[in-house]
Design a protein around this ligand. Structure first.
Ligand code: PEP
Ligand code: MN
Length: 270
């Protein structure tokens, strides 16, 4: 693929990224937590529940890329400090979205993985800045992006000297309206044919519907994904963002058991 150099499978066999006790690319990683950090109580409650259910990292947005300026924009620094507390209490590394290049340096002091969201996938100033940071980056696929465009964005980060890039398939826009997006699971084997970077799947933003999530999670595991990212809230109906795709801790726990069983079964197959 033209101009995919550092991200290409021709350059390297596999990228492993150590985050806390887990090595992304080697161990199957489950990241879970609320779409948005709303309060300390909500975040800590969810963090404890997802840890108990076997999650390896906690997610939560403090800077939210909302379609409307009138919707909840996130708690900013206050939210980041709540996430820091959640990590202190549970030991789970924190994944959170960074939207502004000016926020990269200070956010690295607080969080373990910087998420670049779908809407910012081609924000080249942001990509260069996270590339300079050397912090692990979760790079989501833009909703209209080809694999080549996505890998070119990873290339920006790698080219700044940061090799710690995790890709995340989160669904693309198609003519379908029943689901929020269309989960393109072919991204998993396709990216593995093209690149050494680990790839995880986000069935929540891909489907927008909790009823579709359990089967898409199992399908993602079966496709060979390196992990999953999911939205969990103690009271999804009260969530300030993405409530229709948010699981209760009970739903998450049940699903996590099935995922880990399928993963074990697949290990035996290989
Ligand atoms: C999110 O993870 O909450 C999010 C906004 O995701 P995406 O960028 O994939 O829409
Ligand atoms: Mn969300």
């Amino acid at each position: 693929m033209e101009n995919i150099k550092l991200a290409s499978l021709k350059t390297k066999q596999k990228t492993f990224i150590k985050v806390g006790d887990i090595t992304v690319g080697k161990d199957f990683v489950v990241i879970a937590g609320p779409c948005s950090v709303e309060s300390e109580e909500q975040t800590l409650h969810t963090a404890r529940a997802v840890k108990e259910a076997g999650a390896h990292m906690i997610r939560g947005g403090a800077f939210k890329p909302r379609t409307s300026p009138y919707k909840f924009q996130g708690l900013g620094l206050k939210g980041i400090k709540i996430l820091e507390k959640a990590r202190e209490e549970t030991g789970l590394p924190v994944v959170t979205e960074v939207m502004d290049p000016r926020d990269v340096a200070w956010m690295c002091e607080y969080v373990d993985v910087l998420q670049v969201g779908a809407r910012n996938m081609q924000n080249f100033s942001l990509l260069k800045e996270v590339g300079k940071s050397k912090h692990p980056v979760l790079l989501k696929r833009g909703m209209y992006s080809t694999f080549k465009e996505w890998l070119s964005c990873a290339e920006y980060i790698l080219n700044e000297g940061n090799p710690h890039v995790i890709l995340c398939e989160r669904g693309i826009r198609t003519f379908e309206t029943y689901s929020r997006n269309t989960l393109d699971l072919s991204a998993v084997p396709a990216i593995k044919e093209l690149s050494h970077l680990p790839i995880i799947v986000d069935p929540a933003h891909a489907t927008g519907k909790t009823s579709l999530i359990p089967s898409m999670c199992l399908a993602a595991v079966a496709s060979g994904a390196d992990g999953l990212i999911l939205e969990v809230h103690s009271q999804p109906e009260k969530a300030l963002s993405d409530k229709n795709q948010t699981l209760t801790p009970q739903m998450f726990s049940r699903m996590a058991q099935n995922l880990f069983s399928l993963r074990e079964f697949m290990k035996k197959m290989n």
